[in-house]
Design a protein around this ligand. Sequence first.
Ligand SMILES: *Cc1c(COP(=O)(O)O)cnc(C)c1O
Length: 377
Amino acid sequence: MTTLDDLPLRPELRGERPYGAPQLDVPVRLNTNENSHPLPPQVLTALTEAITATLSSLNRYPDRDAVALRTDLAAYLSATTGVPLTYEAVWAANGSNEVQQQLLQAFGGPGRSALGFTPTYSMYPLLARGTGTRWISGPRRTDFELDPVVTAAAVAEYQPDVVFLCSPNNPTGTALDLAVVEAVLEVAPGMVVVDEAYAEFARPGTRSVLHLLEGHPRLVVTRTMSKAFGFAGGRVGYLAADPAVVQALQLVRLPYHLSALTQAAARAVLAHADVLLATVEEIKQQRDRIVAALTDEGLTVAPSDANFVFFGTFPDQRAVWSALLERGVLIRDVGVPGWLRVTAGTPEETDAFLAAIRAVCADGRALRPTMVAEVRS
Ligand SMILES: *Cc1c(COP(=O)(O)O)cnc(C)c1O
């Protein structure tokens, strides 16, 4: 049998594993921050009509530049943040992961580097690896926040071609103070990418980094329809930036990368933004309920502006993760010693998760130290 070792694979890919959040068949799945609410019936009707209308022209390539979709996305961002944007400043692809990959294709690559602040989104180093970009891991405070002075100093020291900031940060949940982004922009020699995948879930008073776009042509804000819009299966992510950044990405994107079906479906969903954002409010209530309940349980909980909660600390978080799975609740162990992440979903899912975690804490067996010692001090 042929194995990977028999193939002339790039050396940096040898021994590596593919991205892999477990896709297990359990009753309560709260491990990938999806929106637990299926699209409502009126959105499904609009989707069916929009897709049907494209079918007679599927023999033709789609609009390469997805102008109608980008126009709708620009209007959505402007309406929800008050920042005026036109389609020239917006770009879309198959998920924000593809947008970020295109950014590295254009601004990273062999001989170049990208800097992120761990723990953060596990896809950044993988995208760097795939594009031949050197990945550098920078420091985060023990409360997982980014300090403006320390963060800017890391950027000044490493001189990365691309900086990845994630706000709210996955897996920790907290949004960035705009002062951190401003401090980084002051010293960054290259592009500064702020991933706002969870921006719609922010607590009141949290401002979007879109407010800093004006006057910062090297700032990029990425967003996605995978979380707030409940459209993870549709695969649509996008960015807002100076129009010159969009022109740069048009040099590296595959022609016709967004199918006609995807473009039509995304526009139909976007036309119902108000209905979908109503479920975001329900999810935020569940998020706050989880934060309060876990705090009552005596656990440490990171403040969350997202649709998930990061909590701990456990002597062996893997044991707690397994004990929850035995009770039919799948959450995420992102590999930060002592900590686990749970997605906020429906009220019933919150009930099931809270009952399971209380049972695990009451039982106590999974809480006993089985590892050497707690890594965080
Ligand atoms: C879920 C997530 C995304 C979304 O990726 P898509 O490719 O748009 O589905 C992007 N960034 C972060 C930090 C995420 O957690």
